[in-house]
Design a protein around this ligand. Structure first.
Ligand SMILES: Nc1nc2c(ncn2[C@@H]2O[C@H](COP(=O)(O)OP(=O)(O)OP(=O)(O)O)[C@@H](O)[C@H]2O)c(=O)[nH]1
Ligand SMILES: [Mg+2]
Length: 218
């Protein structure tokens, strides 16, 4: 197979509905933001190619719905994941309390050696903030997760969070020789195919057509 990359890594974003998973991805990949909330239908994805230590990495980022009604679908996407970003909204106590639930989902469905980053979103909403930075930081530290507070609206820490995580995940996946990192043919179901593109495109707000086309080469 004619590969245009050395390694590929798979990242998943999870967290309660409306914490801002899709907005974080849209800010990073398309540099856009919208105030209107359109809940993700099932899953969606974006792809980015990065270079680290003279190697080319294809990074596949899956955006999942936080809604319970898609839980069966979304839980199947944890398989073969190298890194998981767990998001909570700094203005929403319940979304922070529910991190425990998302950790359990990760333990149930993701590989044991997965990297995890905790992200407190909507840091621009200072007057509505109920989870202070220290609380988030300490929580992450206790669990050995990396941590960022971000604002997709004001574009604060978005690229820092993704770029840091890609590096951490890529380095670890290579060091531990993660099984899916090099053998696309062996793990076809973990990567988008044409059918998944069609599902993905149900999400009108995600504007993922451009990126979906790219992944036909996977
Ligand atoms: N003020 C502010 N609002 C944000 C930010 N990020 C997201 N939002 C708003 O939060 C709402 C939900 O954002 P989404 O990104 O769609 O949330 P989600 O986590 O993808 O939700 P599901 O797909 O339903 O799981 C939208 O109205 C966004 O405009 C942010 O950084 N600051
Ligand atoms: Mg979404």
């Amino acid at each position: 197979m004619n590969q245009d990359y050395d390694y590929r890594i798979k990242i998943l974003l999870i967290g309660d509905p409306a914490v801002g998973k899709s907005c974080l991805i849209l800010r990073y990949f398309d540099d856009t933001f919208t105030e209107s909330y359109i809940s993700t239908i099932g899953v969606d994805f974006k792809i980015k190619t990065i270079e680290m230590n003279e190697k080319i990495y294809k990074v596949l980022v899956w955006d999942t719905s936080g809604s319970e009604r898609f839980r069966t679908i979304t839980s199947s996407y944890y398989r073969g994941t190298n890194g998981i970003m767990i998001l909570y909204d700094v203005t929403d106590q319940e979304s922070f309390d529910n991190i425990k639930f998302w950790i359990k989902e990760t333990q149930k469905y993701a590989p044991d050696n997965v990297n995890i980053m905790l992200i407190g979103t909507k840091s621009d909403l200072i007057s509505q903030k109920v989870i202070d930075t220290e609380t988030g930081e300490k929580f992450a530290e206790q669990l050995g997760y990396s941590f960022f507070e971000t604002s997709s609206k004001e574009n604060i820490n978005v690229s820092e969070a993704f770029d840091t995580f890609f590096k951490q995940v890529g380095t670890r996946a290579v060091q531990t020789n993660a099984p899916n990192i090099k053998n696309p043919d062996k793990y076809p179901n973990e990567y988008p195919n044409q059918n998944q593109n069609q599902n993905s495109n149900q999400n009108q707000n995600q504007n993922s057509n451009q990126n979906s086309n790219k992944c036909l080469c996977f």
